[in-house]
Every structure is written in C-alpha cells, then in structure tokens.
Write a protein that binds this ligand. Structure first.
Ligand SMILES: Nc1nc2c(ncn2[C@@H]2O[C@H](COP(=O)(O)OP(=O)(O)OP(=O)(O)O)[C@@H](O)[C@H]2O)c(=O)[nH]1
Ligand SMILES: [Mg+2]
Length: 272
C-alpha cells in the first residue's frame, strides 16, 4: 500500500503480524480516487488482540469493491497458508498479487502464476510484482483503476489517510521495537503517543510503551537503560526524517497487565 499511495503510512518489518490496525491510504488521481485499506494478515485468532485484528480484516472485506490479495511468492506452495473462508465468501472483485518476485527465477514466476490461477479461477488478474524494487506497482494500479466502480470521491483530494500524525508516530516507534527485540517482546508491546506538540522548529513527542509484565519491562529497558535508549535514538531519527524537523522524544515504559487479552484495555488502546 505504501508503494501504491507513495507514502509511508504502514510500518514494515520482517516479523509477522506487524500491522495491527486497518490503515487507510488514499490516492486521488485524474478522474479517480482509490481508498486502500491496509489490514493485518489473516490468521487464526488466539487472543483478544488477534480478534480485534480479524475484525479489521472483516470490516475491510465488507467495505471493499475490490480485494487485492497479496501472497509471498518466495514461499513454496506447501508454506502458503490456507485460503481463508472470509476471502472465498467475499463478493468483492479479486486481484492476486504475487509479491517478492525479485527473489524468484523467471521460470518459478510462471509456475506460481499457474498455481494461484488454479486456486482463484475467479480472479480478475494475477500480477507478479516486487514492492521492494517497485516493479509492476504501476501495472497493479492500472488494473485497480480499471476495476473501480463509478462513484463520487469519498475524500478530499489532499487527504492521505484516516490516521493521525500521533498514530503514525506511535507506529514508527513500534517499528523500531519490532526491529530490535526478539521473540515475545515485540508482540507484548504497544505504543501510545500521549503528547504531540509541534512548534516552528521542533516537534516534541512523549510516548508510552506498554508491556504486559514487569519482566518484559526489564528486557525492554535493558541493562542501565541501554536497550531502550537505542530504540529511542533510532526512533527519533526516523521521526525527524518523517516529519521533516527536529524531534524531542520522551519514552516511558509502563506495565499494563495482559493488555493483549483484555478487550476493555484493547478498546482503550484504540482497537475497537
Ligand atoms: N525481497 C522482498 N521483500 C519484500 C518485498 N515486499 C516486502 N518485503 C519484505 O517483507 C517483509 C514483510 O513486509 P510487510 O510489509 O511488513 O508485510 P505485511 O504483509 O504487511 O505483514 P504484516 O503487517 O506483518 O501482516 C519485510 O521485511 C519487507 O521488507 C519485496 O517485494 N521483495
Ligand atoms: Mg503490514
């Protein structure tokens, strides 16, 4: 979606389940407007956060005129997950994107195309692309535009997303956590920006990083606060680059017991 919209709206990491929300990306062009919903990846929900993530997927599927189903073409067919029932049941038109074809030899791309055609005979098109190398992204956009229904624009031409700068800032901090910690830590963290104050030259951001348990807090902060300091330094650089000004970033770690499994806490944290 970032490549299609031409903006960094969703964070990207090598770890699974990076995206936790439904994030709109709006692209308005000459005579068209595309409203993308980037969603979490489909999965079996194991706890309340997962359930909230699946709700975002369901709502997006219900609203969609068109579903762009992105598969990782570098995985073997055995490694591909089952095709979710929700997708099979969706009345929306379907495009299958075989992403990461930069990792495949030409012959394997053709084979992948045939495999996915047999899985989705109803697909309007199956497009191999590389989001990384920006290969075939504009072809995909042309296919999408061709399938858009006639409708007045939903958003103003200069709107890019439904998310606030606060939200995007919190996500960029979370992205650094996903990059810097292993195993359970990224999944036990949620970031909230509690203060976002832009002035002429400086942007002051205060963020709370929630963890579920005292032990995770210790790992996150690290010996002598070193690990958290590294997160904060790299996040500050990313934020400065993103917002185009100097950033003062303050981070606090708080234990919010079992926030992932408590629907009320999740509601308060913006997962309603
Ligand atoms: N080689 C290669 N890697 C890619 C390409 N597109 C994405 N990636 C990598 O794949 C990983 C996952 O990318 P994400 O954008 O986080 O994937 P996602 O499908 O949104 O995943 P979740 O948000 O975790 O559900 C990251 O490490 C990306 O850099 C591509 O075209 N080629
Ligand atoms: Mg994602």
């Amino acid at each position: 979606m970032n490549e299609l919209v031409g903006e960094r709206l969703s964070i990207i990491t090598p770890k699974a389940q990076t995206t936790r929300h439904r994030i709109l990306g709006i692209k308005t062009g000459d005579g068209y407007q595309i409203v993308y919903s980037d969603t979490p990846g489909m999965m079996e929900p194991h706890y309340a956060l997962h359930e909230a993530m699946v709700r975002f997927i369901k709502a997006s599927l219900e609203d969609a005129d068109l579903v762009v189903w992105v598969v990782d073409a570098s995985l073997s067919t055995e490694e591909q997950g089952a095709i979710p029932e929700l997708l099979q049941q969706s009345a929306a038109q379907l495009i299958i994107v075989l992403n990461k074809i930069d990792l495949l030899p030409q012959s394997a791309i053709a084979e992948a195309g045939q495999y996915w055609r047999s899985k989705f005979p109803q697909a309007k098109s199956i497009i191999g692309l590389s989001a990384l190398n920006k290969f075939n992204v504009s072809t995909l956009e042309q296919e999408i535009i061709a399938l858009l229904p006639e409708h007045p624009a939903y958003y103003e031409a200069d709107e890019l997303t439904d998310k606030t700068e606060r939200f995007l800032a919190a996500e960029l901090i979370r992205e650094q956590i996903f990059y810097r910690y292993k195993q359970e830590i990224p999944y036990s963290c949620q970031v909230e920006v509690v203060s976002f104050k832009p002035s002429h030259r400086l942007l002051s951001i205060s963020a709370v990083i929630y963890v579920e348990r005292e032990s995770q807090k210790g790992i996150l902060i690290g010996e002598g606060g070193k690990a958290l300091k590294q997160v904060a330094t790299s996040a500050r650089k990313v934020l400065e680059n993103y917002f185009g000004k100097k950033v003062f970033l303050e981070t606090t770690v708080k234990v919010e017991e079992n926030w992932r499994t408590d629907p009320r806490k999740l509601d308060r944290m913006g997962f309603q």
